[in-house]
Structure formats: C-alpha cells, structure tokens
Design a protein around this ligand. Structure first.
Ligand SMILES: Cc1ncc(COP(=O)(O)O)c(C=O)c1O
Length: 340
C-alpha cells in the first residue's frame, strides 16, 4: 500500500515505520478506538492542497471519542493544526486521504474504560476511488442489519463497529455487487456499508434521519446544504421503506471516501432510467468544484495546507512520485482504495 512518509504518533511527527503499537494494545484487542476519514484535494491552478471541513471532522472524532469516555483535551482547531503540519511535511501535490485515530493505547487486557489511556495517531495516503463504478453502481440489500444505537452507536465512528460494515461489504462484493444498502432493525434503509444514502422522488431528495442508526456524515451534511442553497432542491430527512428505492427516480451513496456514487441498479432493478440522474449529476459537479476550492462561496469549508506556493518537486527532493488527478492507469492502479 502506498502511504505517506510520516505519521503523527505519540505526540510527534515520526517516520511512518516508527508508528507501531504492541500486540497488547487495548484497541487492538477490543476495537476500542474511534477514527475519521477525511480528504484533501489538490488544486493545480492554485498550487494548493485543501482539507475538506477539518473542524467538522475533528468535532465528530472528539464526540466519537467521548462515547468511549476518552478526552485528550484537543479542540477541532488544535487537531487541524497538527494535521496541517503533517501534510506540509509530506509536501503532497495530489489528492490525499487522511486517517486520524483516537485509540486505547494502554497495554492492558480488560473490557472497561476506567483508567484506560487514549492517544492520537494520524496518517495519510495518496487517495484512490472507493467504488470503481461510481457513475453507475449496482447494489444489493444486505442480509445483515445495521448496528443499533443501544448496542454500538452508529453515530460514532467506532473502530470495533466496523466489523458490521466489513460483513455487509464483503458479502456484497462476493455476490458481484458494487456495495450494499443496509436496513436498520426497524426494516428501514439506514445507509451503505461506509456511506450515507440519498434518493430522489419527484424532484425531492430524501435521506434517512440521524436517528436511523446512521453515521452522521459530514458529506451528507455538506450535500444537504448544497442541494438547498445552490440547487434549490428540497431535502427531506425521514424514514425510507425498502421498496421506495425501487420506484425512486435517482439514488446515490455519499461519503468522504466514496464521494458521490450514483446507484443505477438495485438487485437487477434499474433506478429511474438505469443511468445517473440529473440531480445526482449536478450535485457531483458542484461537490467536486467545492472540495477542490473552485467555489469562492465555500472556500471557508476548506483549510489550505500551504501558506504560499509550495516547493517544486525538484526542490522537495525526496518527495515520492505521487499520482495526481487524471493520473494514468498504471499510476492509478498503485493507489490504494479507501476503506471507509
Ligand atoms: C458507515 C458510514 N456511513 C457514512 C459515512 C460517510 O461519512 P462522511 O461523509 O463523514 O465521510 C461513512 C464514512 O466513512 C461511514 O463509514
């Protein structure tokens, strides 16, 4: 896997090879960690790398950690500063996927949170696409149910809970689908394995509410704002029956890693005309403009990594060759897919 050269680990930036934990680490044994999945997009014209909504992502990370009784005393701003420093060290000139973790670092066996020490780690990697087929994905309904709020809260990005996502996604891929939709235990659509769900009926975008056992996605929140404010589309948050998708005009999955993936078939039934619909198309265009920093109105959502024009590749010397937007197939092949 192509990773960055550095990680933030045990309160400092270290070479990635030095960021290692013991087999006795509590998080390794019990999944007692929370994580984030963030992206930064490279803007070639501005020679700038933009991190998308870092404060919102770190706010959710802090809240997720709170669910595990963990408080490192960081604010979204202090975490953003650490991340920007790490990205500057990498000197990336390509899109980047970012993985922050707050994990139970104590080397201790025992399933309780009392006196457990947590620590922060962040690593980054040049980013790839999540779903190969993001302009026309074919999904199924998973036979697994989404975890419930009173088992492991889905609103927190809790490492151990991602076994649920892995089961959902593995079975979908084994059955030849691009991904799966998962129902909550009430039988309503919750989300995809690692992304939120939206569909269009009669020009209205409908998405499950935050109380439907979903992760409270930052992309979901972003798209709701873009749909309402820029595209003039009504967005309704309500429970969605399974069969509503069969009669929907459009449907898509959204998340940081996956971005916006049009769903064009569900278990061999076409959605709408069986191709990406107009609202999905417009929204994708707008979203990519916003996250690449091409929309002045939404620059405040982005944190620029470089204060001025960054070093050229020759000046940077040791920078590994990175794949950029529109990279050739052979380079793109070397880029790992994003796991959640
Ligand atoms: C289960 C799940 N739902 C939704 C999302 C989308 O969240 P976000 O838009 O914050 O990336 C993710 C992203 O990782 C996820 O894992």
């Amino acid at each position: 896997m192509t990773t960055g050269q550095f990680a933030y680990f045990q309160k400092r930036i270290v070479p990635i090879e030095e960021a290692r934990v013991s087999v006795m680490t509590n998080a390794f044994n019990y999944g007692t960690a929370v994580f984030g999945g963030m992206r930064a997009y490279w803007n070639e014209t501005d020679e700038q790398l933009f991190v998308v909504r870092p404060r919102e992502h770190f706010q959710r990370l802090i809240q997720s950690a709170g669910l595990l009784h963990a408080d490192l005393g960081h604010s979204p701003d202090s975490l953003t500063e650490i991340l920007l420093e790490l990205l500057r060290r990498e000197n990336y000139r390509t899109n980047v996927y970012i993985r922050p973790l707050i994990y139970a670092a104590s080397e201790r066996i025992g399933v309780h949170f009392q006196d457990l020490e947590f620590d922060l780690a962040i690593f980054t990697l040049p980013s790839g696409q999540y779903i190969e087929n993001d302009e026309g994905s074919h999904v199924c309904f998973s036979s697994w149910s989404r975890i419930q709020d009173n088992t492991i809260p889905a609103r927190g990005k809790i490492a151990g809970a991602y076994v649920n996502s892995a089961l959902i996604r593995t079975d979908a891929l084994n059955a030849g689908y691009d991904d799966a939709l998962v129902l909550n235990t009430d039988g309503h659509i919750a989300e995809g394995s690692v992304a939120n769900f939206m569909m269009v009926r009669d020009g209205v975008v409908i998405t499950p509410p935050v109380s439907a056992n979903i992760l409270e996605g930052i992309t979901r929140r972003t798209l709701i704002e873009l749909l309402r404010n820029d595209l003039g589309v009504t967005v309704t948050e309500r429970e969605i029956d399974r069969t509503e998708i069969y009669i929907a005009d459009e449907a898509f999955l959204c998340g940081t890693g996956l971005q916006i993936a049009a769903i064009t078939r569900v278990e061999h039934r076409p959605i709408g005309r069986g191709t990406m619909g107009p609202i999905t198309q417009q929204l994708r265009q707008l979203y990519f403009d916003v996250v690449h920093g091409r929309s002045a109105a939404y620059r405040h959502w982005l944190a620029p990594v470089y204060s001025h024009t960054i070093a050229t590749e020759s000046e940077a010397g040791s920078i590994k060759e990175r794949a950029a937007d529109g990279a050739s197939e052979s380079v793109a092949d070397a880029i790992p897919t994003i796991q959640s």
